[in-house]
Design a protein around this ligand. Structure first.
Ligand code: BCO
Length: 565
C-alpha cells in the first residue's frame, strides 16, 4: 500500500472548496440539533485547517500497519484530499448519487476510511459488512437494500460475481486490490487520477448516512438506518467526556470494520478530537500480535470487545505492562468483574465498559475518570436518557430488573437509529411507550449505574457478535443430515456465550459417527454464512421441545444450558 501511494501528493489547501469559518468540534451542546451537519466538512476538514494553521502537532490522523512491515501515515490534510477524490470516483466515475447505497465489505485496509468519508462527502449511504460474509449473506444484503454499488477485495469478488445477475439494482463494482479484475473498477487506480476538488454536500443532520445490518431473534438481519446525527453525537460535550481524547492520543480500536463499533471507535470518536487513529491490519486475530503491537507503538488508548482482553489474559503469561497505554475501553458483550480487575492488576491500567447496539451506538458507559463499579456498564450518556422499563414502557423502580429503554418521546435523541429500513412493523415493535426497547435486561442503581443481566429474547451474543438463531438454523437446514434444529446460547469460559445447536437427524444419518458429523455440520455452517455464527457446540437429540402449536421452545433449551432448570 505504501508503494501504491508512493509519490502521491495531496492538493494544496487553496484547491479546497469549502470555507471552514466558524467550524469547530466543540460548538454544540448536548441537546442542540443543528439543521445541517456533515462529518467530512464539519470535523475532518476542520482538523485539516488546524494542521494548515499549525494548530495541531504534525501527527498522523491515520496510522496503519500490517504484519509485513508496511505502514501508511495520512495527515488530516491527506485524508481530506484523498476522500474528496473518493467522492469524485463515486459520483463521476461510478455515477452514484446522493441517497444511493454502497455495500462496503473490506478488511482493515486504509481505503476503508477513504470510502466512508468519501461517501459522507457525496451523501452516499454506506453499508459496512464483515469480510466473513458468504455469497448468501451478500446476496441478501444487496437485494434487500437495493444497493447500487459494492466495494470489496479479491477474496469476495468471485462470490459477488456469482450472484450479481440476481441483483438488478447493482450498477457498480469497485475492487480494492493491486490487480485488476474483469467487470470491476479498480479503486486504487481511479483514486490517483480523480480530482481533489469536491464540493461536499450540505447534508441535513437527519439525512440518512449509514445502514448497519443487525441480527434479530427471527428472520434475516434488519437494516438499522442511521442519520448524520450518529457522527454529530461524538461532538457533543457529554459524549466527549466519555473517552476524553486529546490530539496527542493514539487510539487503537480493534473491531472489524463491518460493525458500528468500528465506525465509532475507528473514525468518529478519534477524529472528532483530532487524535491519531491507529490500525493494525490483523487478518487473523492473535493475542500475541495485540500484545506486541501495544509494546511497539505509542498507543495510549485501546478499545476492543471483552473477548479480546479475555483472550490476552488467558493466553499470554508474560508482561502486559505497556509503555504508553493509559487506559482501555470495552464493549459489545458483558464483561465479568473479575476480568476487569485482572486486567487492571496485570496491565496497571483501568478497563472502562461501555454498552450499545447497532441501533444505538454507544449509549452508556463508565466515563473516563469516573468511579468504576465492576460489573456495571456505567451511566447513560446524554442526550440518551436510559431508564429501566417494563413491557408497557413504564419506568421501573431502582434496582428492579427490566428492559433497557432509551427515551424517544417527546424527542428522539440524536444518534439513535432512524428506523429499520422498509420494516415499519419491526420498527414499531421496538417502540415501547415513550422508549426504544433495546431488548436487553438490566437494573439501575441509586447512582444511575446500569447493571446488565441478559437478553429478553433468543438472540445470542458470542464474543461481541450478535447472532440470530434463525440464521444458523436456516444454514443447518440445508444439510441433508438435519431434520430440524434449535439454536440457542450456551455458556463458555472464553467467549462468554457460544452458539449451540440441538439437532434432530434425518433417518439416513442416525448411524453416522457423531463427532465426525458434528465437524461436518460446523464446516457446512461456516461455508453457508459468516463463520463467526457456526455452532461451537452440537448436541443430537431425538426431538425438540415444542409448544402445543408446534413452536420450538428455545428458551427451555437455553435455560437448561445455563443450569436454570
Ligand atoms: O474459532 P474457529 O477457528 O473455529 O473459527 C473462527 C475462525 O477461524 C473462522 N473463520 C474466520 N474466517 C473464516 C473462517 N472460517 C472459514 N472461512 C473464513 N473465511 O470462523 C470463526 C470466527 O470466529 P471469530 O470471528 O470469533 O474469530 P476469532 O479469531 O476467535 O476472533 C476473536 C475475536 C474476539 C477477535 C472476535 O470474536 C471479535 O472480533 N469479536 C468482537 C466483535 C465485535 O467487534 N463486536 C462489536 C459489534 S458492534 C456493537 O456491539 C455495538 C457497540 C456499540
Amino acid at each position: 500500500i505504501r508503494k501504491s501511494y508512493h509519490g502521491f501528493h495531496p492538493a494544496p489547501w487553496y484547491l479546497c472548496c469549502r470555507s471552514l469559518s466558524g467550524a469547530g468540534t466543540l460548538r454544540w451542546n448536548d441537546y442542540d440539533r443543528p439543521k445541517e451537519f456533515n462529518f467530512a466538512s464539519d470535523v475532518l476538514d476542520y482538523w485539516t485547517q488546524m494542521e494548515q494553521e499549525g494548530k495541531r502537532d504534525p501527527k498522523p490522523a491515520l496510522w496503519w500497519v500490517n504484519n509485513q512491515g508496511d505502514e501508511v501515515k495520512w495527515s488530516f490534510r491527506e485524508m481530506t484530499d484523498l476522500s474528496r477524490r473518493a467522492a469524485n470516483v463515486f459520483t463521476q466515475t461510478c455515477g452514484l448519487q446522493q441517497g444511493d447505497r454502497l455495500a462496503l465489505i473490506l478488511p482493515r485496509v486504509p481505503e476503508w476510511w477513504l470510502v466512508v468519508i468519501g461517501c459522507i462527502r457525496a451523501g452516499i449511504i454506506f453499508m459496512p459488512g464483515t469480510t466473513q460474509m458468504k455469497a448468501k449473506d451478500i446476496l441478501y444484503r444487496l437485494q434487500v437494500s437495493k444497493a447500487q454499488g459494492i466495494m470489496t477485495t479479491d477474496t469476495l469478488a468471485p462470490e459477488v460475481d456469482s450472484l450479481v445477475s440476481e441483483c438488478p439494482a447493482l450498477k457498480t463494482k469497485l475492487l480494492v486490490s493491486d490487480h485488476s479484475r474483469h467487470g470491476w473498477l479498480d479503486f486504487r487506480t481511479l483514486i490517483k487520477s480523480a480530482s481533489p476538488d469536491h464540493a461536499c454536500i450540505k447534508s441535513k443532520t437527519l439525512d440518512p448516512m449509514a445502514i448497519f445490518f443487525t441480527s434479530g431473534t427471527t428472520g434475516l438481519p434488519k437494516m438499522a438506518k442511521h442519520s448524520h446525527g450518529l457522527a454529530l453525537r461524538s461532538s457533543l460535550p457529554s459524549c466527549r467526556k466519555f473517552l476524553q481524547l486529546k490530539t496527542s492520543d493514539v487510539l487503537w480500536c480493534i473491531s472489524d470494520p463491518g460493525w458500528i463499533l468500528a465506525v465509532l471507535g475507528c473514525l468518529f470518536e478519534p477524529w472528532t478530537s483530532g487524535s491519531t487513529l491507529f490500525i493494525h491490519h490483523l487478518p487473523q486475530f492473535d493475542p500475541k500480535v495485540i500484545q506486541q503491537t501495544l509494546f511497539k507503538y505509542p498507543i495510549t488508548r485501546c478499545l476492543a470487545a471483552p473477548a479480546v482482553y479475555r483472550m490476552i489474559l488467558q493466553q499470554i503469561s508474560t508482561s502486559l505492562r505497556f509503555p504508553a497505554l493509559e487506559d482501555c475501553i470495552t464493549g459489545g458483550e458483558a464483561l465479568l468483574p473479575e476480568e476487569q480487575e485482572e486486567w487492571r492488576r496485570r496491565t496497571g491500567v483501568l478497563l472502562y465498559e461501555v454498552y450499545g447496539q447497532s441501533e444505538t451506538g454507544i449509549s452508556c458507559g463508565t466515563l473516563r475518570g469516573m468511579k468504576i463499579k465492576p460489573g456495571s456498564m456505567g451511566i447513560s450518556i446524554p442526550p440518551f436518557d436510559i431508564q429501566i422499563i417494563d413491557e408497557k414502557g413504564n419506568i421501573l423502580p431502582l434496582n428492579t430488573e427490566g428492559n433497557i429503554g432509551i427515551r424517544i418521546k417527546p424527542t428522539k435523541p440524536l444518534g439513535l437509529f432512524m428506523c429499520y429500513e422498509d420494516n415499519p412493523v419491526k420498527t414499531a415493535e421496538v417502540e415501547c411507550g415513550d422508549f426504544y426497547n433495546t431488548g436487553d435486561r438490566a437494573t439501575m442503581d441509586e447512582e444511575g449505574y446500569i447493571w446488565f443481566l441478559g437478553r429478553n429474547d433468543d438472540i445470542i451474543n458470542s464474543s461481541g457478535y450478535r447472532i440470530g438463531p434463525a440464521e444458523v438454523e436456516n444454514a443447518l437446514a440445508e444439510h441433508p443430515a438435519v431434520a430440524e434444529s434449535a439454536v440457542v446460547s450456551s455458556p463458555d469460559p472464553i467467549r462468554k456465550e457460544v452458539v449451540k445447536a440441538f439437532i434432530v437427524l434425518t433417518p439416513e444419518f442416525l448411524s453416522r459417527d457423531q463427532d465426525q458429523l458434528t465437524q461436518e455440520l460446523q464446516q457446512h455452517v461456516k461455508s453457508m454464512t459468516a463463520p463467526y455464527k457456526y455452532p461451537r457446540k452440537v448436541e443430537f437429540v431425538p426431538e425438540l421441545p415444542k409448544t402445543i402449536t408446534g413452536k420450538i421452545k428455545r428458551s427451555e433449551l437455553r435455560k437448561k444450558e445455563f443450569g436454570q432448570m
